[in-house]
Design a protein around this ligand. Structure first.
Ligand code: NAP
Length: 299
């Protein structure tokens, strides 16, 4: 059910938003506005098309307009880092901001990508317990997958990227993070490889989880060659992309009867985390997820 804007927008309405380029496809307004309506809050959530050259101006508008906070999506997450008054430890580690919170006029940058993914994986009861994971990609979202997997106990993280040097940089960053945690814990190994690692049967055979953290398959074109049949039977294939149909990364896994899921749950979890950061109150349990799944035609 959609509440007419005129019925909810007034002189006291507090506005949150997502800034992106493009942003028209965003399902965040539907999720957040459903929660506002259910809680009877005088708030609304919009999607603003903000180009990279206008990002600084758009962020300055947040305190000027008294907005509680905004989400950032492609291509703003990295660029916004330098525009925040403060950063959470996680935003600093992931080198990206996807949540900007207005705290008394100062912009605090946070990142909920890793927490959103981790919660989704934990719901699947996937046990990493020292096993290997393959992360495909080394761009904006890949660090969150590395962090989520390390927190869940992965023993070996293999970052596979088209540009190997980029994977190397990400691996070095997380190797420092792992070394910095110290405390006598067993050291996880973090490796950088090219996409050819995905057809290396021994590497794929060791994976408890394979995550696509690239836009491969989002529009036209398929996914990179991957030795699906070499994966262990309990391996979970996880695509950060979400869509109405199985994505090109997930479809071959499903055809082999393997476990496969897309990033819709991650998005819903992040929406809930952002809602609480912006409004100081949790959304009704499950409502944002149900709203998203309805929009994706799954309910
Ligand atoms: P990004 O920074 O643009 O991703 C760049 C990465 O993708 C790089 O590793 C790049 O490799 C690789 N790549 C791009 N095109 C490729 C191609 N044709 N072949 C091989 N590799 C290619 O994007 P992102 O922010 O990381 O997001 C990745 C995906 O995750 C997006 O589809 C996004 O929508 C999704 N995502 C979903 C959620 C969620 O909540 N579900 C959250 C965040 C992101 P090179 O380094 O070689 O260029």
């Amino acid at each position: 059910m959609t509440t007419p804007a005129a019925a909810i927008l007034g002189g006291r309405t507090r506005l949150c938003a997502v800034f992106g380029d493009p942003v028209e496809h965003s399902l965040s307004p539907a999720m957040h506005n459903a929660a506002y309506a259910a809680l009877g809050l005088d708030c609304a959530y919009a999607a603003f098309h903000v180009t990279p050259e206008r990002l600084r101006d758009a962020l300055r508008a947040i305190p000027a307009l008294g907005m509680p906070g905004v989400n950032l999506t492609v291509p703003h997450k990295q660029r916004a880092l330098r525009m925040m008054a403060r950063l959470s430890d996680e935003a600093r580690l992931l080198a990206a901001v996807n949540c900007v919170v207005n705290r008394d006029g100062a912009l605090h940058g946070d990142n909920t990508d890793a927490r959103g993914l981790e919660a989704d994986l934990r719901e699947q009861r996937i046990a990493l317990n020292g096993r290997a994971v393959l992360i495909v990609g080394a761009g904006g979202a890949a660090p969150s997958a590395v962090l989520a997997c390390l927190r869940m106990g992965a023993g070996r993280v293999v970052i596979c990227n088209r540009t190997v040097e980029r994977a190397n940089r990400l691996a070095r960053r997380f190797a420092r993070y792992v070394a910095g945690r110290g405390g006598g814990r067993a050291r996880e190994t973090i490796e950088a490889r090219g996409l050819a690692a995905l057809t290396d049967r021994a590497t794929v055979a060791s994976a408890a989880l394979i995550v696509n953290a690239t836009p491969m398959g989002l529009k036209s074109g398929g996914f990179a060659p991957l030795a699906y049949e070499a994966a262990p039977v309990d391996c979970l294939f996880y695509d950060m992309i979400y869509a109405r149909e199985p994505t090109p990364f997930l479809a071959p896994a499903l055809a082999l009867g393997r476990r496969a899921m897309d990033g819709a749950g991650m998005l819903a979890n992040q929406g809930e985390l952002a809602f609480e950061l912006f409004n100081g109150v949790a959304p009704p349990p499950g409502l944002m997820r149900r709203t998203l799944m309805e929009r994706l035609g799954r309910l």
